[in-house]
Write a protein that binds this ligand. Structure first.
Ligand code: FES
Length: 514
């Protein structure tokens, strides 16, 4: 299977391509079109189809191409934004609703696995959270107290599972893990068996809102009553792009020399934090470690992130081999909670789910529950709390907006000195840079065979300058997280259009069909 980067995740290496039953646009007006074939889109399609709606899921590549194929698949009842933070930013009742939603999401995943016999190695395990200094210990105590208040089972313990020194250790009961791609393919089959239509390699180009919505795709037009963007972040220009910040996280799947694989999930409290778990694939066990998160497009050498993560792992574990390494993207919401419901600035029948932070498996599943309730019953108990139109001016909001603005100013001026294309002979294979040629900015990349590819680095979303990601070999936009291949194709939105491409011989723009 394919993913949105050059690095291969452990899930990609152990999952085959998904073959949908149909590749044709269905006739007539559909009830719901869902754009995006990750855990959010497919779970939403399945729940709505089971509730009697006629649904079509359209995916621009293949299912799991985005972050579902690059997650580390922790299923937690505690979230990146802690319950202490949620009680402060929202209320105790609201934090309880999130705790309940997280538990419901894990239950739904477990039910699907049983009901559809999905062999995705689902396993319930304790989750350890540990502090390493006084400041972290204070924070950990607040997290534990707040978690208890919202009904999440947690307590302090003395014995951990990792060979990493800690000051204080808490354990959350009944966390879980699974193989996300095997699960995704299992629920995709269930969706199709229930009568849903799944179209891969079908890119949505735009939607026209009339009496019914007309969804224009590369495979043809689909008419529907309701449209859901399950694309991780909605395409086009929207308020939500200013309320969600794109981040990248790095992961390694490691074979150990001894057998010290932890039978638990574990997390430190550093900033950014590290996360650990064990996964068995084809009879082999791997330690999966993640961390080194940074804002997308803000790290000049993304290879260095892998090196730092590797050195962290080697510090504490007897590493035999680094078997897989990959990175993936997530969107952090300003106030700590995702945005699920009506898409701001659009008619009532257009919906969105975004801003999951590092809890994509849980919030993706919770989005499906919320959207099913909204579309079928007309209401959900989470509707108001997670309303994408909410205005929640929490601490840090002003900085968040300012930071986004600074990014633009900083990068537009950040060009390499004026150079001529012939001088790019000194570009190493696998290397890229932004240059100026005849008054034009160009992003130049030399592939492994020495072929040179030139793109216009002006992001097609709202024209920030893209930045080269040398680990995933992609052009990443620091403003709202759009990502493009080295040939300029959109890998992840919100951009809808590919980057303009230049002919390296003439410096002239090459015309594209999309
Ligand atoms: Fe918004 Fe690039 S993603 S300008």
């Amino acid at each position: 299977m394919q993913r949105d980067g050059a690095c291969v995740s452990i899930w990609q290496a152990s999952a085959s391509d998904y073959q949908p039953q149909s590749s044709f646009i269905p006739m007539g007006v559909q009830d719901v079109v869902i754009v995006g074939g990750g855990i959010t889109g497919i779970t939403t399609g399945l729940l709505l189809q089971q509730a009697g709606k006629r649904c079509v899921v359209v995916e621009a590549h293949s299912i799991g191409f985005g972050t579902t194929g690059g997650t580390t698949a922790h299923l937690n009842t505690f979230m990146d934004a802690s319950y202490a933070q949620l009680i402060k930013n929202f209320s105790l009742e609201d934090a309880r609703l999130i705790a309940k939603g997280a538990r419901q999401s894990i239950e739904l995943i477990r039910r699907h696995i049983e009901q559809f016999s999905i062999a995705c190695k689902y396993k319930e395990l304790p989750g350890f959270l540990f502090s390493t200094n006084d400041q972290e210990t204070k924070e950990l105590e607040e997290i534990v107290n707040a978690s208890k208040k919202v009904g999440v089972p947690v307590d302090f313990v003395n014995d951990g599972v990792l060979p990493i020194p800690y000051q204080k250790l808490a354990v959350f009961e009944q966390q879980a893990q699974f193989h996300p791609m095997v699960y995704l393919q299992g629920i995709a089959r269930a969706f199709e068996a229930a009568g849903g239509v799944l179209l891969q390699d079908c890119r949505m180009l735009h939607a026209e809102d009339n009496e019914t919505v007309e969804v224009i795709t590369t495979k043809g037009n689909i008419k529907c009553r309701q449209l859901i963007y399950a694309t991780h972040i909605p395409p086009g220009v929207n308020l939500l792009h200013f309320r969600c910040a794109p981040y990248r996280s790095y992961a390694l799947a490691v074979k150990l020399k001894n057998d010290a694989y932890p039978d638990a999930l574990a997390y430190d409290m550093q900033d950014p934090y590290h996360y650990y778990r064990t996964q068995e694939v084809d009879g082999e066990r791997y330690l999966i470690v993640g961390g080194e998160d940074h804002k997308t497009g803000h790290e000049e050498n993304t290879e260095a992130c892998f090196r730092r993560l590797e050195s962290h792992v080697r510090n504490y574990f007897e590493v035999q081999e680094i078997s897989y390494r990959w990175s993936s993207q997530y969107f952090d919401p300003t106030d700590g909670l995702p945005y699920i419901g009506h898409l701001p600035g659009h008619p009532e029948n257009i919906y969105v789910a975004t801003g999951f932070g590092g809890n994509g498996m849980i919030y993706g599943t919770l989005s499906a529950i919320l959207l099913r309730d909204l579309l079928v019953q007309g209401k959900s108990e989470l509707e108001e709390l997670l309303d994408p139109n909410r205005i929640k001016p929490v601490a840090g909001f002003a900085n968040f907006v300012k930071e986004a603005a600074d990014v633009v100013g900083k990068l537009v001026g950040g060009l390499f000195p004026k150079e001529k294309l012939p001088m790019l002979a000194d570009l190493a294979t696998g290397e890229a840079r932004i240059v100026e040629f005849d008054g034009k900015k160009m992003g130049i990349y030399k592939d492994d065979r020495g072929g040179v590819h030139a793109i216009d680095p002006g992001c097609t979303h709202i024209k920030c300058t893209v930045q080269w990601n040398n680990a995933e070999r992609s052009w990443d936009c620091p403003c709202h997280g759009s990502r493009f291949s080295f040939t300029g194709e959109v890998l992840t939105g919100p951009a809808r259009k590919n980057l303009a491409v230049y002919d390296v011989q003439t410096g002239k723009t090459v015309t594209r069909t999309h």
